[in-house]
Design a protein around this ligand. Structure first.
Ligand SMILES: Cc1cc2nc3c(=O)[nH]c(=O)nc-3n(C[C@H](O)[C@H](O)[C@H](O)COP(=O)(O)OP(=O)(O)OC[C@H]3O[C@@H](n4cnc5c(N)ncnc54)[C@H](O)[C@@H]3O)c2cc1C
Length: 374
């Protein structure tokens, strides 16, 4: 590869989207390095696949809207299957949620797709729901993402536009000079030189930050998902239901229901294993809020990492201190539904376009909030 190329570390949704945007923009010498044999084997394969543009911040909201537009109308040839099933998202917010919702709704390309839902319609759309019904909203144009098709689209498009995709390539350390980072060394000793290296390593971003000498900090938080056994009473067309006050969400999956109690325990990236007590807590909460859901029993329980930095916003752009080092990381619980925007913004930084709108500034790793706290 050429010394002035770009190495992308991590072949999850963030690395794949960054590769796609870079390659489509004509960047040369782009290599995507993934240590597993398969791309997208970690958080990208373990998430709930929900498109929810109602996020915690304006900047992530903007990237989510950008990605929603991409999912609804992807570029020609990107995917042979629809990337989004807009089955609807019922959002239940607490007493203080209305103001936040009004603010977000005003930023949505189609604000009319969001409307209040009364108890009768909530029951009609999701007949199993047995919890409180106040404060529910229907987001008609959001729903379930086909994450495998999205990842495949980014990877195929990147490869076709000239990006080299390398699985089974683990970055062990960086090549550091007085000029900053100038490449990486793989665990088999192979050296790869490049003028820019971008870390898209999900839960392992912190390990690579320490190795690079970056002051950025990362916190992987474990979250469990459960899927119940198939039950013929489940209607695959039911919407996604998400309650903020109950910290709970659910949607149909594989003939059963996917359930989440929004647990978040800080873990070391190599120790993100299943805790069956959390599974019991999910079952208890689900039994209270969704009548009969646990009758079929648990078919599958797993855990994955949502990774955050000190102010809980994404990190996209150059490292504050280390030249040649870039980040598309700390994507928390929105990395899939923001992926097209994340990849676009990361590519603009790598290409030296110095994006400086409000979104870029809010997520820039050089922002004072993360450089002072880390
Ligand atoms: C339970 C759960 C539910 C979620 N639900 C949603 C949801 O509904 N909607 C949504 O938008 N988001 C959701 N998320 C968040 C979303 O999954 C993540 O934000 C997103 O997948 C992060 O992608 P990533 O590419 O940064 O990380 P990953 O997918 O983890 O990819 C990082 C990759 O880097 C590789 N890597 C690490 N270190 C090295 C190294 N040294 N050398 C080479 N490769 C390396 C890893 O092997 C890995 O494949 C959820 C997450 C979890 C855990």
């Amino acid at each position: 590869m050429s010394d002035d190329g770009t190495l992308i570390i991590g072949g999850g949704i963030a690395g794949a989207a960054t590769a796609w945007h870079l390659a489509r923009r004509g960047a040369e010498g782009v290599v995507l390095l993934e240590r597993e044999r398969d791309f997208g084997a970690h958080a990208t394969a373990q998430n709930a696949a929900i498109l929810r543009t109602f996020t915690e911040g304006d900047a992530t909201g903007a990237l989510a809207h950008e990605t929603a537009t991409f999912l609804m109308d992807p570029p020609d040839g990107f995917s042979e299957v629809p990337l989004l099933d807009p089955k609807g998202l019922i959002l239940q917010l607490g007493a203080s949620g209305d103001e936040e919702l009004a603010r977000w709704r005003a930023t949505k390309p189609d604000p009319d797709a969001v409307r209040p839902l009364d108890a009768a319609e909530l029951q009609e759309r999701f007949p199993w729901y047995s919890g409180p019904t106040e404060g529910a909203w229907l987001v008609e144009d959001e729903g379930e993402i086909d994450v495998a098709a999205l990842l495949e689209g980014y990877l195929r498009g990147a490869r076709e536009a000239g990006c080299e995709l390398r699985a089974g390539a683990e970055v062990a350390r960086f090549i550091k000079t007085t000029n900053g980072i100038e490449g990486v060394v793989l665990s088999d000793g192979e050296e790869l030189r490049a003028s820019k290296v971008i870390v898209c390593a999900g839960g392992w971003a912190g390990d690579l930050a320490r190795e690079a000498g970056s002051t950025l900090s990362f916190e992987p938080r474990r979250r469990h998902l459960m899927v119940t056994s198939a039950d013929e009473a489940v209607d695959a067309a039911w919407p996604i239901f998400w309650s903020q006050p109950e910290a709970f969400y659910t949607r149909p999956e594989s003939g059963g229901m996917l359930l989440c109690a929004c647990d978040e325990e800080v873990v070391a990236p190599d120790e993100c294993t299943v805790d069956h007590e959390v599974g019991e807590r999910i079952a208890e909460k689900a039994a209270r809020l969704v009548e009969g859901v646990m009758n079929a029993g648990c078919a599958h329980l797993w855990a994955g990492m949502r990774t955050f930095t000190s102010d809980d916003d994404f990190l996209i752009g150059p490292d504050p201190d280390v030249d040649g080092l870039y980040w598309a990381a700390a994507l928390g619980g929105h990395g899939v539904s923001c992926s097209a925007g994340v990849g676009r913004l990361a590519a603009e930084h790598i290409l030296g376009e110095d994006p400086s709108d409000d979104t870029a500034r809010a997520l820039d790793p050089r922002r004072s909030q993360v450089t002072q706290l880390s």
